[in-house]
Design a protein around this ligand. Structure first.
Ligand code: ATP
Ligand code: MG
Ligand code: MG
Ligand code: MG
Length: 348
């Protein structure tokens, strides 16, 4: 039986979402073929073994301290003062946002030579940064919403120029921290005062900001599974409870979703093709969810962003879309583990 470490929690603003995702990933891996090992990371970045997401959620810490032994390239558990080596065949970093989805943990795992689920350092880092990923996608001819980007340093020195640059896009504007997820730090600005407030708010989360033209569009998502020959799922559509799909609409009010999305077959095919092409263009691996906007008025499809470790709760789009496309929970677990091993083997 393969030992699969499921790493969850983490230091990002999506710590709580990750705990919920891990509960479901552990359930998927309990199909008799794997020995799933839950590994928690607390908000300070400390690693713990022997603690389930449910226990961790209640206590915020707990379990046995874990250490990396860089000489033997193993994960060590400290129990009653004794060091016990954990044999890990595959690691599933069910971590969202900075340190989990941005190439940090991927780089550490590469150095330890531990196979893991999902994208490698480069793809993770590029997809996490909305400014960098939009720039690359735009240059490769993918449709992305008009945007501008700047850093905290420039904002401090030259607010007026930045405001004018943003206003050229036309209100409403979406103001986002460049590196985050779950809509944390994102607000919609309808006038100059709101724009300034939104920028100050986003700067609490990141030193780099992306401001986008707000589109009046349907929100469509596609799950991707695969390495060099990715498979695209059917489409899903999000109907947010609030003004947009913000954190509350995602996890508290639980916006409704429709699978498949209520769009023409032509739009579905185009979205599936773009999702696969964008996944390959950013050099992604294993798993991703590609988010789109479909503007009915102009019949135009835009890529919003790509999440390399999308939400993985039972109500999350990522698993739901694949299950709607014919994957059983069992096959989903097997495929993700196989892809991780294949990616690791091909890297050498
Ligand atoms: P996640 O990783 O959880 O999908 P995120 O934090 O990376 O989210 P985005 O997907 O970029 O953030 O944006 C969050 C939501 O904000 C979108 O789902 C959509 O509802 C709204 N939104 C973002 N950008 C735009 C835009 N340009 N026009 C209209 N709505 C937008
Ligand atoms: Mg995202
Ligand atoms: Mg995300
Ligand atoms: Mg999104």
């Amino acid at each position: 039986m393969l030992n699969v470490a499921v790493v969850y929690g983490g230091q990002s603003g999506e710590h709580e979402v990750s705990i919920q995702s891990a509960k479901y990933v552990l359930k998927l891996l309990k199909n008799g073929k794997y020995n799933p090992i839950p590994v928690a990371i607390d908000k300070q970045g400390r690693w713990f073994g022997d603690v389930t997401p449910k226990e961790f959620e209640q206590n915020g810490n707990g379990g046995t301290p874990l250490l990396f032994n860089l000489t033997d390239k193993t994960l060590i558990k400290i129990e009653d003062g004794k060091q016990i080596s954990l044999d890990i065949d595959v690691l599933f970093p069910v971590l969202h946002g900075p340190y989990g989805e941005d190439g940090s943990i991927q780089g550490m795992l590469d150095m330890l030579d531990i196979p893991y689920v999902g994208s490698e350092v480069l793809g993770s880092a590029v997809a996490m940064d909305k400014a960098v990923s939009k720039n690359i996608l735009e240059n490769k001819g993918f449709p992305v919403a008009p945007y501008t980007t700047f850093k905290a340093h420039t904002w401090k020195k030259n607010q007026q120029t930045i405001i004018e640059e943003c206003e050229k896009l036309g209100y409403p504007l979406f103001v986002k921290p460049a590196n985050l997820g779950s809509s944390v730090g994102i607000t919609k600005a309808k006038d100059r005062n709101q724009l300034i407030e939104s920028i100050k708010f986003a700067l609490l989360y990141d030193h780099k900001i992306v401001v986008e033209k707000g589109l009046i569009a349907k929100e469509i998502e596609i799950s991707i599974i695969g390495n060099e020959e990715p498979i695209a799922s059917t489409t899903g559509e999000i109907i947010p409870t609030g003004e947009f799909y913000d954190y509350e609409a995602k996890y508290i009010d639980k916006s409704s979703t429709t699978i498949p999305a209520n769009v023409d077959e032509k739009v579905t095919n185009q979205a599936q093709r773009l999702a696969k092409e964008a996944f390959l263009a950013l050099d992604l691996k294993g798993i991703s969810r590609v988010d789109f906007f479909y503007e009915e008025k102009t019949d135009k499809l835009w890529i919003n962003e790509i999440n390399t470790m999308p939400g993985f709760t039972p109500i999350s789009m990522y698993p739901k879309l694949l299950i709607a496309s014919g994957f059983t929970e069992d096959k989903l677990a097997d495929t993700l583990v196989e892809l991780a091993l294949e990616r690791h083997k091909n890297k050498k």
